[in-house]
Design a protein around this ligand. Structure first.
Ligand SMILES: Nc1nc2c(ncn2[C@@H]2O[C@H](COP(=O)(O)OP(=O)(O)OP(=O)(O)O)[C@@H](O)[C@H]2O)c(=O)[nH]1
Ligand SMILES: [Mg+2]
Length: 476
């Protein structure tokens, strides 16, 4: 009996305790934790880039990766700088820039992007910021300001990478370099192209690293296959012969498709049609210095069409008849050859023979409009007909370079000295200690290839009447 009473008392105590607990839980107040990217507004920034701080493109703590300045809003509003004609046309079509046709797009943060208020605020900010001058030297206002969103307009531009799924870690390394040194403040898009579908792992990792919107394109078969006029037997014999002669990638079919694709098709992919400027990035590259200004804007505002950081001599066994094909093209299309061209960069005898100099195309910032223009397409098609991608092993570097050298005016080609770069096995490291300190570089100046015997950069300087930087003799 006594035991029974104790049991009842225990039941009542437990019931009372449970009720009390329930009361406190349901009436207590606690702060809402904002999950970045859930669309709700966070507050109280406690550290730069922390929750609630101004959103920096690519800043994962900030949640949104949406560029603060919409891609399409790239009209150069400063009256003193005439906008390139094509920029304006594309800028009007903001929807086109934000919604690339075809293939797959992973939006950085749809909730934020589709928020009308955010968008109109951004546009106003962009209009004000568009007057921000380009800070090209340490004396220019804004040079040292490398925190937060970069002021100034955005060009209609994208990074572009051709890659296989197996390149994921090598391209991740490159993206990290580009983001840390530049794009985290700009949020430019990145287009990835592949002859096979990209897998989820590739997409997941690259999307997490890129501050802008990522797009994934599958290359159509006709851009990655043998044209019907190619004699397969002849092409096969060439590969066997090159294998015997140990010519690098000499026996590779895919390498040849890659070179042909980069020469004639990357800029015509559906996703790329939405953009006017591109920056090519390959796996395993390094950037050694901070990039203080927007290279896309440099290209757009100064009317440049092509740029480089490294130049060198081509391996002649891969292109024995490229110059003969080029000469045939020049004879057939004199209307495409620029009056103020860079023939002196390409030839030491007025065009009779090719000196093998080329810009190293694994880095390029340039105009897609130029690559899509009739002169360039006519040149590519003439070469493609001659079959040297398969009967030899023509690379896209000499092809882009010869095209730039002959079809463009001299001053449409730009040397980006400030972009310190490595792709195995060559380095561009700016000459002059003060420059490297200003740019916060971590490259070894001894590695700089610019003034060494196998580089063609001296020729470029001489041809354009440019003064070589102080101290270059010590690096020869
Ligand atoms: N999707 C795809 N991409 C390729 C293929 N082959 C090469 N690529 C990409 O094309 C670009 C150039 O290829 P690389 O292998 O880097 O050629 P390379 O720069 O001449 O030679 P490396 O010294 O090996 O870098 C890179 O971005 C590669 O990821 C391929 O078969 N498929
Ligand atoms: Mg490479």
């Amino acid at each position: 009996m006594a035991t029974g009473n104790v049991r009842y008392v225990r039941y009542i105590a437990v019931a009372l305790f449970t009720l009390t607990l329930f009361y406190f839980v349901s009436h207590s107040k606690y702060d809402t934790v904002t999950i970045p990217g859930d669309g709700s507004k966070s507050s109280n920034p406690s550290f730069p880039g922390g929750p609630g701080a101004p959103q920096v493109p690519g800043d994962s703590t900030g949640g949104s990766k949406a560029p603060a300045f919409p891609q399409g809003d790239n009209v150069l509003k400063d009256d003193s700088i005439p906008p390139p004609a094509a920029t304006e046309d594309l800028a009007k079509d903001e929807t086109a820039a934000q919604k690339p046709a075809g293939d797959e797009t992973i939006k950085s943060d749809d909730t934020t992007k589709s928020d009308d208020t955010t968008k109109s605020e951004d546009t106003t900010k962009s209009a004000k910021a568009s007057n921000a001058p380009l800070a090209m030297t340490p004396n220019d206002p804004g040079w040292g300001d490398l925190q937060g969103i970069a002021p100034g307009p955005r060009m209609n531009a994208t990074f572009v990478t051709l890659a296989r799924n197996s390149d994921i870690w090598e391209i991740a390394e490159s993206i990290r370099q580009v983001e840390d040194r530049f794009n985290r403040r700009y949020g430019y898009d990145w287009v990835f192209l592949n002859d096979q579908p990209f897998d989820d792992n590739f997409k997941k990792i690259t999307t997490s690293l890129v501050s802008g919107t990522t797009h994934y394109g599958l290359i159509p078969e006709e851009h990655w296959s043998f044209p019907e006029w190619i004699d397969q037997e002849k092409a096969k014999k060439v590969r066997e012969d090159m294998k015997e002669r140990k010519i690098i990638y000499g026996d590779s079919i895919s390498y040849r498709h890659m070179c042909r694709f980069e020469s004639g098709f990357f800029f015509r992919q559906e996703l790329m049609l939405n953009y006017e400027f591109y920056w090519r990035v390959e796996p395993s590259i390094k950037l050694f210095c901070d990039i203080h200004y927007d290279p896309f804007r440099v290209i757009a505002e100064s009317g440049k069409k092509y740029s480089f950081v490294l130049s060198l001599y081509e391996y002649i066994d891969t292109i024995p008849t490229l110059w003969a094909s080029t000469k045939k093209f020049m004879a057939n299309h004199p209307e495409h050859i620029s009056d103020d061209n860079s023939m002196a960069f390409l030839s030491d005898d007025g065009g009779e023979t090719y000196n093998k100099c080329h810009f190293w195309s694994n880095f390029e910032v340039g105009s897609l409009e130029w690559l899509r223009s009739k002169p360039y397409i006519d040149y590519f098609e003439a070469l493609d007909r001659d079959g040297g991608f398969f009967y030899e092993r023509w690379g896209d570097a000499p092809i882009h370079s010869i095209a730039a050298g002959l079809l463009l005016k001299k001053d449409e080609i730009h040397f980006f000295d400030d972009i310190a770069y490595y792709h195995v096995p060559f380095t561009h490291c700016p000459t002059g200690e003060q420059k490297r300190l200003d740019l916060r570089c971590h490259c070894d100046p001894k590695e700089n290839f610019d003034w060494k015997g196998y580089s063609c950069t001296s020729r470029f300087f001489e041809l354009n009447g440019m003064t070589k930087p102080e101290g270059y003799e010590e690096q020869t």
